[in-house]
Write a protein that binds this ligand. Sequence first.
Ligand code: PXG
Length: 288
Amino acid sequence: MKVYISGKWVDEEDAVISVFDHGLLYGDGVFEGIRIYNSRVFLLEEHIDRLYDSAKAIALEIPMAKSEMMEAVAETCRANGLAEGYIRLVVTRGKGSLGLNPYLCSEPEVIIIAAKIQLYPRELYENGLKIVTVGTVRNHPEAINPRIKSLNYLNNVLAKIEAINAGCMECLMLNHKGEVAEASGDNVFAVRNGEIITPPSSCGALEGLTRNKVIELAQEAGLVVQERVMARYDLYVADEVFLTGTAAEIISVVEIDKRSIGSGEPGIITGKLADLYSAYAQSNGYQL
Ligand code: PXG
């Protein structure tokens, strides 16, 4: 695999950065995870916009124009002959001193890694996920705002550890007020009486691009979607619950905290949205 590092494509073995990079020393940087379907980079412009917004929020100036960044992503896919797969785009603060001061760092490093995607097992899409609520509270919006996709993912990693220790692959995270925020790496939706609800990003969720696309596709299909503050109760009594994310796409949740959701099987509306989403993903994106 060829990896892009700050202007050059190098072999995987030569894809190295300094141990003084603040991305490593402090988790100081931002990233995106992007899918390639059918020789097209899916939602590329949206991912680039979110990356630059995340960077702006942490006062990191990306040393490339958005159009150059899009071409660098596309060229990395081409260089690796990828027609299906996954791109990890990372911008670190760059090499600095052993001190927090980001203004002492040289240039940010831009890293683009092309990979095969690690998906949930097929069986989980057919039967649905079982999840638990974890004690790790989602980052307070005035600490690290959850809308920033930063390299500091310890909040999510701690949640994931709790999920795995409880025998689950994903979990539900609440915000500091006890409201539903999101999963450790996915957004959460509920369906009740035909209406689809999801928490607003102000409740402590990343503004997921899969989430936004699912909302759009649902509305186009005539379904009612509402962003609303949600309690765990709203999930427990839902007819259907599902998660959305770049890696997971759309996956049903059939059990939360030992409460069976709806019929206990993946729901009809979830299935319909998953079909609409995959049809859309197969035929839209930045052509390689
Ligand atoms: N919430 C969080 C905390 C995330 O990290 C999502 C929601 C869904 O957002 P998108 O834009 O993907 O619909 C994410 C995304 C990985 C990986 O390798 C993680 C994500 C995306 C892709 C890969 O862990 N998280």
